[in-house]
Write a protein that binds this ligand. Structure first.
Ligand code: AHR
Length: 519
């Protein structure tokens, strides 16, 4: 078999452009069914999670108005500018485990008078509550993002939860609405999503599904907002392979539509070694862990299928969403890092994990209408890392940016024929993953990933396509990453391919994500 010829047509700083000629018989082919459009890929699939955890909120987003780090009313300028570029559609706050000990009244009013509390979930550090409800909404407004607030079920009461919603959404002359006005916000805010508890099977209270289903009904009964400002209510669901949370909630809560269970939140993290005691390192890992990271990531498709099949049984109209409201990689913390802060490096491997997950979410877009990567800054699979005044964009950030055209696009099913298995020892995973969609302005966009660490792959595009133009994210090593000294070690470059002869072959280099518009 002939190898395709790669001709570089010049590099200007980071923007290299490649033309791939079709001179080889490609071994994998992709056929996009643009005549069978599927569901809309809700932009909120690209949601992000921002918890009071480590340096996620404090330092990562909020430095306070008196900081030497350049900021606007306390929000660091560099991070806000980078997030604006990313068109973040949705932010989930204040946790996570943190949410079930968060008492919202601690985070309103003059900052110097706010209570100092202990973050018992994450490192036992103190939180001066400088970032509270008003600051969160200001962040969302700066980014043009919708908001997802997680209520405190674990240590709060139905009254506290209901009053938080009243504070945020009431247009009335009530004491709480006037307190909001006194604290600087005249008009009610729009709350798009509101969760009743988090991980109620674990840090949120170690409950059984049946016990939680009753609590959900109890709390939801009292969550009253104006008719035109009703958030989607999210029930705390299961994790990984579990289906009993979905089954119990669909059976016991969903039929009572007045309780408005609009979505079930499910959590799934990629731990390369599938072991919470020894998860695997973020950098300097062996090839076996590289591959195991992908096999573990890809399992999410089975878990989505199993849960959504149950939902289809109770709710064939798909009124209730299956929301993966926490996902991403989770590695061992490095020596010297506070283990309670969940700080980790982010490599080309994380970029590929992000692309694989997003491709799967697109496929189930009819039910998976919202997800949140964990987390936004400095925590787990972050978009951005900071160190004091320094900031860098991670490979995951770049994938999210390359995938922007998929937000609100129409899913287009595709077939991958002849996909190769990348194998090592007992582990194996399909080498190519792909996703296609028709964008809101009528363009066809295609994402292709090659997870093989050393072999490129030739992919034939079936159909009438003549050109593919977009970007590629690739790297030299399996753990290539950006540092504060080398911020562009892993950064997107221009990518083009065009039909030559009878076939249209795109060569996707080892360890890369390509997103192109097809013409
Ligand atoms: O994202 C970190 C933690 O992971 C969240 O607080 C919790 O919900 C999950 O276990």
């Amino acid at each position: 078999m002939l190898a395709p010829v790669l001709k570089s047509v010049g590099c200007i700083s980071l923007a290299c452009s490649f033309i791939f000629s079709a001179v080889a018989q490609a071994d994998v082919s992709v056929k996009i069914h643009d005549d069978r459009p599927g569901a809309t890929i809700n932009k909120n699939i690209y949601g992000q999670f921002a918890e009071h955890l480590g340096r996620g909120i404090y330092e990562g987003i909020w430095v306070g108005p008196d900081s030497k780090i350049p900021n606007t009313r306390g929000f660091r300028n560099d991070v806000i500018a980078a997030l604006k570029e990313l068109r973040v559609p949705l932010i989930r706050w204040p946790g996570g485990c943190f949410a079930d000990e968060y008492h919202w009244r601690n985070g309103i009013g003059p900052r110097e008078k706010r209570a100092v509390t202990v973050n018992t979930s994450w490192g036992g550090v103190t939180d001066n509550n400088a970032f509270g409800t008003h600051e969160f909404f200001e962040l969302a407004e700066m980014l043009g993002a919708e908001v997802y607030i997680n209520g405190n079920l674990g240590t709060g009461t139905p009254q506290e939860m209901a009053e938080w919603l009243e504070y945020m959404t009431s247009p009335s002359d009530s004491t709480l609405a006037n307190l909001r006005r006194q604290n600087g916000r005249q008009e009610p805010w729009k709350v798009h999503y509101f969760a009743i508890g988090n991980e109620t099977w674990g840090c949120g209270g170690n409950m059984t599904p049946e016990y939680y289903a009753n609590l959900y009904k109890h709390y939801a009964t009292f969550l009253k907002t104006p008719e035109d400002n009703r958030p989607e209510l999210i029930a705390s669901g299961g994790y990984e392979h579990l289906t009993e949370w979905t089954e119990t909630l669909m059976k016991n809560v969903q039929p009572n539509w007045s309780l408005r269970m609009n979505g079930i939140g499910h959590h799934y993290y990629t731990l390369p070694l599938s072991d919470w005691e020894k998860k695997g390192r973020a950098i300097q890992f062996p090839e076996k862990e590289w591959l195991m990271t992908f096999t573990r990531t890809l399992k999410i498709e089975d878990y989505i299928k199993a849960n959504t099949e149950i939902m289809d049984k109770y709710d064939p109209e798909k009124k209730v969403g299956f929301y993966v409201d926490e996902w991403g990689t989770w590695y061992d913390t490095e020596e010297g890092d506070n283990p309670g802060f969940l700080h980790q490096q982010n490599t080309i491997r994380d970029a590929l994990v992000a692309a694989l997950n997003l491709n799967i979410f697109h496929k189930y877009a009819d039910r998976v209408r919202m997800t949140n990567i964990a987390q936004m800054v400095n925590v787990l699979q972050a978009m951005i890392l900071t160190d004091g005044e320094k900031m860098l964009l991670t490979p995951t950030y770049h994938v999210f940016k390359m995938y922007i055209p998929f937000q609100q696009a129409t899913y287009l099913p595709l077939d991958i024929k002849g996909n190769r298995e990348y194998k090592l020892g007992d582990h194996s995973a399909p080498q190519v993953s792909a996703s296609a969609a028709k964008t809101t302005d009528g363009k066809v966009v295609l994402a292709l990933t090659n997870i093989h660490p050393t072999s490129k792959i030739d992919i034939t595009l079936d159909g009438n396509w003549k050109r593919a133009d977009g970007q590629i994210l690739t790297a030299k090593n399996m753990d290539s990453h950006n540092t504060f000294d080398k911020k562009n070690e892993v950064a997107p470059k221009a990518f083009s391919a065009q039909k030559k002869g009878k076939q249209f072959t795109v060569t996707v280099p080892a360890k890369s994500v390509v997103v192109v518009e097809l013409k």
